[in-house]
Write a protein that binds this ligand. Sequence first.
Ligand SMILES: Cc1cc2nc3c(=O)[nH]c(=O)nc-3n(C[C@H](O)[C@H](O)[C@H](O)COP(=O)(O)OP(=O)(O)OC[C@H]3O[C@@H](n4cnc5c(N)ncnc54)[C@H](O)[C@@H]3O)c2cc1C
Length: 488
Amino acid sequence: MSARHRVVIIGAGFGGLNAAKHLKNADVDVTLVSRTTHHLFQPLLYQVATGILSEGEIAPATRVVLKKVKNTQVLLGDVEKIDLEKKVVTSRLLTRITETPFDSLIIAAGADQSYFGNDQFAEFAPGMKTVDDALELRGRILGAFEQAELSNDPEERARLLTFVVVGAGPTGVELAGQISEMSDETLKGTFRNIDPTQAKVVLLDAAPAVLPPMGPKLGKKAADRLTKMGVDIQLNAMVVDVDYDGLVVKDKDGTTRRIESQCKVWSAGVSASPLGKQLAEQSGVELDRAGRVKVGADLALPDHPNVFVIGDMALVPGVPGMAQGAIQGAKYATAAIKASLQGADPADRKPFEYWDKGSMATISRFDAVAQIPIPKTDKKIEFSGFFAWLAWLFLHLIYMVGFRNRMATTFNWLFAFSTRNRGQLTVTEQQVYARTALDTLHELESQRELDAPSSAAPSTDAAGSAAPQADPTPQPDSAPQPDQAEAS
Ligand SMILES: Cc1cc2nc3c(=O)[nH]c(=O)nc-3n(C[C@H](O)[C@H](O)[C@H](O)COP(=O)(O)OP(=O)(O)OC[C@H]3O[C@@H](n4cnc5c(N)ncnc54)[C@H](O)[C@@H]3O)c2cc1C
């Protein structure tokens, strides 16, 4: 058993990865458990979906990023259980169950897409939260153009060439702008039976404004620019149903109407990781409607001063669900853990203070909107156009992880912005259909378990091969400990 203080981090996003980096020189053993092998730079997912960047550029392997952080061990696994009393995190990789004990815990499991109780919409209007989502969306966008090329039915063609983005926040605005640019510029002249520039992009939102968090002035700038690009913005329009061929929208006056569209994307609303519910049940901490954990001023759970919830999972007044919230939360939580090791009393912790560094959204090539607070005042500088776009470009490069990724991204941007071409338009059948196939597989598996509850099912090992198994109940492993000599 490790003699050193054990810190477990859940998640390899902005919060988790930064927490591990901040603990690099601390006298602790760190285990980072995450359900993906990569750290994902979510702000550029839409560029993967629209063929500007490849997934590798925005999602480097976590264990490679943390190679030199010798006191951190990276474990792949989906955390299924957090036991606050026993101080153990239980994760699963296929049928393998791993238990990782902790002295301090940092939970940074982020958020998923929220369909506001209509999860069935996800089948026809996927969200944009993961690399899989972005690649599937790329396939859906390009697949719609391919099918339209083969169709001679004007109605079907119109449906295939209508792209609907639900949610006019930064992601929706960026996606709508990019789908529009892709059809007007990159795909122009590449088909013989259809004119891709005739594609229609609809941006829908139940709210009355575009980019509400950035205020009316920048929202209007973004809306005007998108309208000029041909994007059809429909506000006060609530989506009430989604199916394979389109969606039903309810307008402010209560009337409903249908939009025929094969390719729909959902970028409205988030719901925090369901792990929050376990924390609420065990510690009595409250959750908000989005499932975010109402942590204390020190980002910790009540009566659990060494269990921190940071990033998109945490509800902290004045802290938005943005990368900076998670990055700064990681810095604060790790400093608190280090102070505790030096004997500091958790009761004396200064409250977490968020430094708002502003927000930005790109609309098109050479055009963005930006809002930057003036320190120590409640005023904000707002600007738009080319300089906002340059600032956006620069800041995203700074926050990307890894020199190689920054270089590759810069090169791809130079190529895309100067030639209007995109180098990542490859789509594979598996990218488009794998999710549906997996859902069907899971349904079949559940059905099989219901039909034969006592029969032993073959398990799949980490390498993906089927292995005979005497006892189908997964047995917990304790987490393998990092090499003590190396870690010390
Ligand atoms: C499309 C998009 C665009 C965005 N654009 C911007 C932007 O321009 N600027 C900005 O500041 N913010 C932006 N954001 C928000 C920003 O990405 C998030 O606020 C930030 O990622 C939150 O960091 P986090 O560490 O809390 O969660 P995440 O970065 O989401 O990381 C969560 C981690 O937890 C892992 N995980 C989840 N559940 C489990 C589990 N049960 N077991 C194990 N691991 C688990 C995930 O695999 C992931 O590694 C954007 C988000 C999206 C989706």
